[in-house]
Design a protein around this ligand. Structure first.
Ligand code: ADP
Ligand code: MG
Length: 347
C-alpha cells in the first residue's frame, strides 16, 4: 500500500486551472521530488495534500485513508501530514523546545522534544530563541517540529530556498540523510533540477499543472519523454536533423542512429554539453562564440554553419578562446534522445 496516493487531482482558481489531473503514488519511506518552474502548481499540489485547499476533483489517500475525494475533506490537523515551508515556519516567540513540542500531547512532550533535537543535531539548544539560530539551524528546528508528531507523510515546499548556496548543499545531504534514517515518506518540492535529482528517489517533472514525467532521477535525466523535460533537466540544446537511410543528418554531421522513422522525417536531437566533442580545426564546421567557466570545466558555446548553437564541456585545462575554429561532432558513448515535435521517439 502506498503511503501517499493522489489520483486525478484538479484545482482551479477563478476558473483558471492550476492543477490538471495530477496522479502519483509514494511508497513508504520514499522521497518524491516534485520539480517544475515557478507557477506550475507545485505549492498548490502540496496544499491539496495537506488539506489547506480543497480539490475540485480527485482522490487523496494518506496511509490508506481517504482524506479527500468528491465528498470527503478531512481537515489538515487530522491528515497526519507534516509540513516544512520555505520560510522556516517556526514561531519566533517560542523557544526551540516549545517550537518542537508545539501540539504534542503534554505527557510525551519532554522526551519527544529531546529525542527530536538529538536527531537533528540540536541537543542542548532547547532554550534558544529562533533569532539566536542560524538559517540552517532554524530549518532543522522546522524539520524536528514537523517530524515530532510522527506524520505519515512529510511535505517540504522549497525548504532551502532562503539559505545561501553553500548551506543549501549541506542541508540537502543532511535532510536526505535524516529522512532516510527515520524512514519518512516525503514529497519534496523544488524548482532546482539538481536539488530534485539529489533529493528524490523518484522525480516528478511538472509543467503547467500536469506531471509530464515521473521516474527515477537517472531515467528522467537520461530518457526525457518530452522536450519540456529535456529542456528543464540539464542544459539541453535542441539540434535539428533529418532521418536518412544512413542515420540522422545534422549540422554536426551524420549521427549513426536509426530511429524507426521514414527517411526525410524532420527530428530534433537533445544534445547536452557532455555529448559534444570539439577539436581545434582551421577548416572545422564550427566556431566558439561563448565560454563559461564553472570551476571544474569550461562550457563552450559553438555556432555551426546553419546558425545552430550547441554547448560542449571542456576540461578546465583546455583553453579554447572565443573565435577559435573547431571541428564539432557528437560523441558516441550513448544514443541521444530524438524528438518528433514535442515527443521523444526512442526512449
Ligand atoms: P508553484 O508553487 O509551482 O510556483 P503555485 O501552486 O504556487 O505554483 O501556483 C500556481 C498558479 O496558481 C500560479 O499562477 C498562482 O498565481 C496561482 N495561485 C496559487 N494560489 C492561488 C490562490 N489562492 N488564488 C488564486 N491563484 C492562485
Ligand atoms: Mg511554490
Amino acid at each position: 500500500m502506498p503511503a501517499l496516493l493522489c489520483q486525478n487531482l484538479t484545482k482551479s482558481f477563478a476558473n483558471q486551472p492550476v492543477v490538471r489531473g495530477v496522479s502519483f503514488t509514494v511508497q513508504p519511506g520514499d522521497i518524491l521530488a516534485l520539480l517544475g518552474p515557478s507557477g506550475c502548481g507545485k505549492t498548490t499540489t502540496l496544499r491539496l495534500i495537506a488539506g489547506f485547499e480543497q480539490a475540485d476533483s480527485g482522490l487523496i489517500e494518506i496511509d490508506g485513508d481517504v482524506v479527500a475525494d468528491g465528498r470527503t475533506h478531512i481537515p489538515p490537523e487530522k491528515r497526519r501530514a507534516g509540513i516544512v515551508f520555505q520560510d522556516y515556519a517556526i514561531f519566533p516567540h517560542l523557544s526551540v523546545a516549545d517550537n518542537v513540542g508545539f501540539g504534542l500531547p503534554r505527557r510525551e512532550r519532554p522526551s519527544r522534544v529531546a529525542e527530536m533535537l538529538e536527531f537533528v543535531g540540536l541537543a542542548g539548544m532547547e532554550e534558544r530563541m529562533p533569532h539566536e539560530l542560524s538559517g540552517g539551524q532554524q530549518q532543522r528546528v522546522a524539520l524536528a517540529r514537523a517530524l515530532a508528531p510522527d506524520p505519515a507523510v512529510l511535505l517540504l515546499d522549497e525548504p532551502f530556498s532562503n539559505l545561501d548556496a553553500a548551506l543549501r548543499l549541506e542541508m540537502r545531504q543532511e535532510v536526505r540523510h535524516l529522512l532516510k534514517a527515520s524512514h519518512t515518506t516525503a514529497v519534496f518540492v523544488t524548482h532546482d533540477q539538481e536539488e530534485a535529482l539529489f533529493m528524490g528517489d523518484q522525480v516528478a517533472v511538472m509543467n503547467d499543472g500536469r506531471i509530464e514525467q515521473l521516474g527515477t532521477p537517472e531515467a528522467t535525466f537520461h530518457r526525457p519523454r518530452t522536450r519540456f523535460v529535456a529542456d528543464f533537466l540539464g542544459n539541453t540544446d535542441f539540434v535539428p536533423g533529418t532521418v536518412t537511410a544512413d542515420g540522422i543528418e545534422t549540422p554536426l554531421g551524420l549521427l549513426p542512429q536509426h530511429p524507426n522513422l521514414p527517411p526525410g522525417t524532420a527530428v530534433t536531437i537533445a544534445s547536452r554539453p557532455d555529448d559534444v566533442i570539439l577539436t581545434p580545426d582551421e577548416k572545422g564546421n564550427g566556431r566558439i562564440v561563448s565560454r563559461r567557466f564553472i570551476g571544474i570545466a569550461f562550457i563552450s558555446g559553438v555556432a555551426l554553419a546553419d546558425g545552430t548553437i550547441v554547448h560542449s564541456w571542456q576540461s578546465h585545462m583546455t583553453n579554447l578562446a572565443q573565435g577559435t575554429a573547431v571541428h564539432v561532432r557528437f560523441g558516441d558513448e550513448h544514443d541521444l534522445v530524438v524528438f518528433v515535435g514535442d515527443t521523444a521517439v526512442n526512449v
